[in-house]
Design a protein around this ligand. Structure first.
Ligand code: C2E
Ligand code: MG
Ligand code: MG
Length: 766
């Protein structure tokens, strides 16, 4: 039965879904762990590399800055050394008498001083009473007494035999220094040779670039800490003096091999490193204040490169992982959509619907389930065409989605069947809603401009008392489907609620399916016989075997209830042969009792005709019971002929060869064709009881005409005719009138137990 299969499949789907979700979860955990590990490794190596590179960079940077500062100092010292060397040269010339004191101020020397860019070169005699200075008359300003104190001090040092450079002083508004060297005569000092230099040459030095092309902002600081000169342009801090003062109170000072001392100070919230190089003997120093922005060490670009490479690598890893994750998620979504979605309409499939139902029922059990099915969807397929029929299903799904509330669900299964879980338990409200829904679906035909009335039927189930939600869902599904089945052969839009009567019917179906084998073994299937009257002689001259299932408790079940079920799964073939056996055994008993027997018809399901050993088994039964085969009439249904006439004829031929008689049952009940009569080698045709049951209705005349014609054709073809459902004298009269051979019906006898039949209708042989 469908619900059982459905439940099995649902479980399987759910299991597969769970396994899939678990696998996906594991994958994500795995990816996350791998990502975390990769990230950790990348971050750790980046930190190590950055720290190592940073330390190296710092070291190399300070060494580099040291080298820059010492280059400026060197240039300063070279400049001073070269100036003093020039003076020493002049002094040597004087000593050797090649240059007189007077010549010093001559144009010749002036030219010389110009070429060394001295402001003035002069000679100050130590022996002159008033420190005579050899100067042109106009240069009285350069007399010793008129010289600034700084210059006089340098000159005095030279008189004392030292080479001296004065402190910076201002002369005529220009910052200047004086060089002084002693001049010797006969082993003793006779005077001092001096040269005055403006500071522009030193300013040029601090404004020039180093050999590596870097130019840094240098402060030239005097003995008292004041700024003598600074590189042009803005420095940070602009006024280095603040910082320099600060540096005096700052902490630890480091010194490099080149004699550069370094101090780190904080100023206005920023950190600065002061590089300080002392120059000459005057307490001067060159200071560079590093703010970390001005210079880049060569290793800096390497750090950038390494950091960049790591960043790119990290980004690549992240991208790969995100890409993989997204792809997996997409795949997962696709798989889930395949597992959970109806691919045609896009709504949920039954498996997903059941999961959702369980969830909703767990929150609130106040739900009902409805199953809607289209009537004759195969016609819709033919009339609309496959594409439009599909479109109709899509539109139906969309309509259902629209009319359902947020806490309600629907799904499609089995082509044209839709399931609805409605948050309703009041029968009247449910009926009203469903009627409207069916009406709206019927109305969809208008979209396709088809003059065809779409009709639907719908089964509804309400389950209020259930042990658990899964049980409730299973029962809702099974019961609504059962209610739906009850409407299958109806007309128009119909709704059926699963009720007590249906419940009993369902119980019965379950019982029929589960206990039939046991019933067969226990002899619960009994042989009933219904008499057939020969209308010409007026005598009972035949009977039909009809099965009755009488259960242990005495309840009788009629074949209409169980034959259709048995026909579906093959059990019917087993039962039919059992009936043949019962018939033959009964006839054997009657023969043994010396009774006169006549042919008995046994209904044969079509399944038997496809069994290879069918004829052999029939023969085996008749032979075992010793019954001549002409006493057995095999009733087959006309539907069988419609399937494969040739094959059927071959079996009929073989059966007749063995002596059995063949009767075509229920002729006229389906889409009968008279060709069957001419095409099949049958002995008898039974006119369906519907013909006679229509007597007294509007169809009477037509049915009569048909019976008359069928009987006539059959007679012409040499086939016996039997009319079923003879209930009245009028029926019999009409049958005689049309010359029908036999009559069978309640008018003569109801089906009765075989023994009772024997007593009533059989006679002793004479
Ligand atoms: P059927 O072969 O056409 O059997 C005739 C049915 O019509 C019987 O119903 C019988 O009780 C009923 N009937 C007889 N006279 C009258 C009458 O005057 N008026 C009305 N209204 N009905 C009448 P039953 O016994 O319920 O059997 C129903 C069907 O079940 C049979 O139709 C037959 O197709 C099937 N059937 C019965 N026994 C067997 C069996 O052993 N094997 C197979 N395969 N099918 C069987
Ligand atoms: Mg029959
Ligand atoms: Mg019949």
């Amino acid at each position: 039965m469908f619900p059982a299969v459905l439940t099995g499949r649902t479980k399987k789907n759910r299991r597969e879904n769970n396994v899939h979700q678990e696998n996906f979860r594991k994958k994500i955990v795995k990816y996350t762990i791998v990502l975390t590990l990769i990230s950790a490794v990348i971050i750790a190596s980046s930190v190590i590399v950055v720290v190592a590179v940073r330390t190296a960079e710092e070291r190399s940077y300070t060494a580099y800055v040291d080298s820059l500062v010492s280059e400026y100092r060197l240039r300063f010292e070279e400049q001073m050394a070269s100036d003093l060397e020039t003076l020493h040269l002049l002094e040597a010339l004087m000593e050797k008498g090649l240059l007189s004191e007077e010549t010093i101020v001559s144009d010749q020397v002036r030219n010389l001083s110009d070429s060394f860019s001295f402001v003035k070169v002069g000679y100050y005699d130590i022996h002159a009473e008033e420190y005579e200075v050899h100067l042109p008359d106009s240069d009285r300003a350069y007399e010793f007494a008129n010289r600034p104190a700084e210059a006089r001090e340098a000159i005095r040092s030279a008189w004392e035999g030292e080479t001296a450079v004065s402190q910076v002083y201002e002369e005529n508004g220009i910052q200047t220094i004086t060089y002084a060297v002693p001049v010797y005569e006969d082993g003793g000092i006779c005077g001092a040779l001096t040269a005055i230099r403006e500071l522009d040459v030193f300013c040029d030095i601090i404004n020039s670039s180093t050999t590596t092309g870097d130019s840094i902002h240098i402060f030239w600081i005097g003995e008292d800490g004041s700024v003598i000169a600074a590189s042009e342009g803005k420095a940070d801090p602009e006024d280095g003096s603040d910082l320099i003062l600060l540096s005096e109170s700052a902490g630890r000072t480091e010194s490099s091999q080149e004699g550069i001392s370094r101090q780190t100070v904080r100023w206005k919230g920023a950190s600065y490193t002061l590089y300080c190089a002392s120059v000459g003997d005057n307490g001067w120093s060159l200071i560079y204040i590093d703010n970390g922005k001005e210079i880049h060490s060569p290793i800096y670009s390497m750090i950038i490169l390494v950091a960049g490479a790591f960043a790119i690598l990290f980004l690549a890893c992240i991208t790969v992982i995100i890409y993989t994750y997204k792809n997996t998620k997409k795949d997962n979504r696709r798989i889930r959509s395949l597992a959970e979605q109806d691919q045609l309409t896009g709504i949920e499939n039954l498996s997903k619907f059941q999961q959702e139902t369980d969830m909703l029922l767990a929150e609130n059990p106040e739900y009902c389930m409805a199953v809607i099915n289209f009537r004759h969807f195969q016609y819709i397929n033919d009339i609309f065409g496959m594409d439009q029929a599909d479109e109709l299903l899509v539109e139906t799904a969309a309509l259902l989605k629209r009319v359902l509330r947020e806490n309600e669900r629907c799904c499609r299964e089995k082509t044209d069947q839709f399931y609805l879980l409605l948050a309703e338990t009041d029968e009247e409200r449910i009926r009203r809603r469903l009627e409207k829904i069916l009406e709206q679906i019927s109305g969809l035909a208008a979209i396709f401009h088809k003059n065809y009335t779409i009709t639907l039927y719908c089964g509804v189930a309400l389950e209020k008392q259930c042990a658990n939600r899964e049980e409730q869902r299973k029962r809702l599904l099974a019961d609504s489907e059962f209610a739906l089945k009850m409407l299958k052969n109806g007309h128009g839009n119909e709704i059926a609620f699963y009720d007590q009567k249906m419940h009993e019917e369902k119980q019965m179906s379950v019982m029929i399916e589960s206990s039939r084998q046991e019933a067969l073994e226990n002899g619960e299937f009994h042989l009933y016989l219904q008499a057939k009257k020969d209308l010409r002689t007026g005598r009972i001259s035949g009977a039909e075997a009809l099965v009755r299932w009488i259960r242990k408790d005495g309840t009788m079940i009629y074949p209409d209830r169980f034959i259709p079920v048995f026909e579906k799964d093959g059990f019917c073939a087993q039962l039919d042969l059992h009936m043949v056996e019962l018939v033959c055994e009964m006839q054997r008993t009657w023969l043994d009792m010396g009774m006169e027997i006549f042919p008995i018809s046994v209904n044969q399901s079509k399944l038997l005709f496809y069994q290879e050993d069918y004829i052999d088994r029939l023969c085996e039964i008749t032979d075992r019971c010793g019954i001549p085969r002409k006493y057995l009439v095999l009733e087959i249904l006309e539907g069988l002929a419609a399937e494969n006439l040739e094959e059927l004829n071959r079996t009929i031929f073989r059966l007749k060869e063995q002596g059995f008689q063949i009767s075509m049952d229920d002729f006229g009940s389906g889409y009968s064709s008279l060709n069957i009569l001419s095409g099949l080698e049958i002995d008898e045709v039974k006119l369906d009881r519907e013909f006679l049951l229509s007597m007294g209705t509007s169809r009477e005349e037509k049915q009569k005409a048909m019976m008359r014609n069928v009987v006539q054709i059959a007679r012409d073809l040499g086939i016996r005719t039997v009319a079923e459902g003879v209930e009245t004298e009028t029926d019999e009269k009409f049958l005689r009138e049309i010359d029908c051979s036999y009559g069978q019906g309640y008018y003569y006898s109801r089906p009765m137990p075989a023994e009772e039949f024997g007593k009533k209708f059989l006679h002793q042989m004479v």
